[in-house]
Ligand binder design. Structure first.
Ligand code: AP5
Length: 221
């Protein structure tokens, strides 16, 4: 499997990628996660990226292409990949095409996760992520396990709220998505790679629609 999950912040790219990786045995490559790991580790990249991410803007294309080139060279990506959050601009998509041609790993499909923008604010302000395993929850729609009153026998996730999930920064991220990332819909549509998925409603139902879209894409090849 070699796919891109495309969609606005909060459209469920990360949630669905986590469900696909076990079944399809390919890694989820989330550029947001890679950047957050660099910030947490205090690397030079992390120091440069932090202010940009906190402002809801995009890290520059050359940096992102360098990160993707390095990640796709790792052994686990030889079986395929789920790109989550990359590409996000036309120059990133052009760079990705060139890189994938060079390594002989062309894209099979680009799945557009479609969600009404009004719902995204609630999804993102309610998101909580487990610090240890990265699993994503939502205090409104996908709550974490309730701590048990058993006196400490139950393990509960160590949750955090992303700094860019404040209302003001979410607004900026949605604006950036519309101006810089939305043009990729036309870009991949004109190349016959785009599959649209209704990403609203029950998370399991979205997974089923996504799997059906991947079957449709494989039938077109
Ligand atoms: P990144 O981490 O990629 O953030 P994003 O694209 O804004 O996407 P999110 O992670 O916010 O949302 P998601 O679609 O994965 O939704 P999720 O599944 O978590 O990027 C962060 C920053 O890094 C960027 O702003 C930028 O600065 C930088 N960056 C990253 N990549 C870059 C690039 N290529 N170029 C330049 N800069 C880059 O779901 C959200 C919530 O909704 C969760 O709580 C979940 O439980 C819930 N949910 C999911 N599905 C459903 C459903 N069906 N119904 C109800 N709730 C649901």
């Amino acid at each position: 499997m070699r796919i891109v999950l495309l969609g606005a912040p909060g459209s469920g790219k990360g949630t669905q990628a986590q469900r696909l990786i076990d079944k399809h045995r390919v890694p989820q490559i989330s550029t947001g996660d890679l950047l957050r790991a660099a910030v947490a580790a205090g690397t030079e990249l992390g120091r440069r990226a932090k202010a940009t991410m906190d402002a809801g803007k995009l890290v520059d294309d050359a940096t992102m292409l360098g990160i993707i080139r390095e990640r796709l060279a790792a052994p686990d990506a030889a079986r395929g990949y789920i790109l989550d959050g990359f590409p996000r601009t036309i120059p990133q998509a052009d760079g990705l095409n060139a890189l994938l041609a060079e390594i002989g790993q062309p894209l099979e499909a680009v799945v557009l996760m479609e969600v009404d923008h009004e719902r995204l604010m609630k999804r993102l302000t309610g998101r909580r992520t487990c610090r240890s395993c990265g699993r994503v929850f939502n205090i409104y729609t996908a709550p974490p396990p309730v701590p048990s009153p058993c006196g400490g026998q139950c393990v509960t996730p160590d949750l955090f709220h992303r700094p860019d999930d404040s209302e003001a920064t979410i607004g900026k991220r949605l604006e950036v998505y519309e101006s810089q990332t939305r043009p990729l819909v036309e870009y991949y549509g004109s190349r016959g790679l785009l599959q649209r998925v209704d990403a609203e409603g029950d998370i399991d139902d979205v997974t089923q629609r996504l799997e059906r879209a991947l079957v449709r894409a494989s039938e077109r090849r």
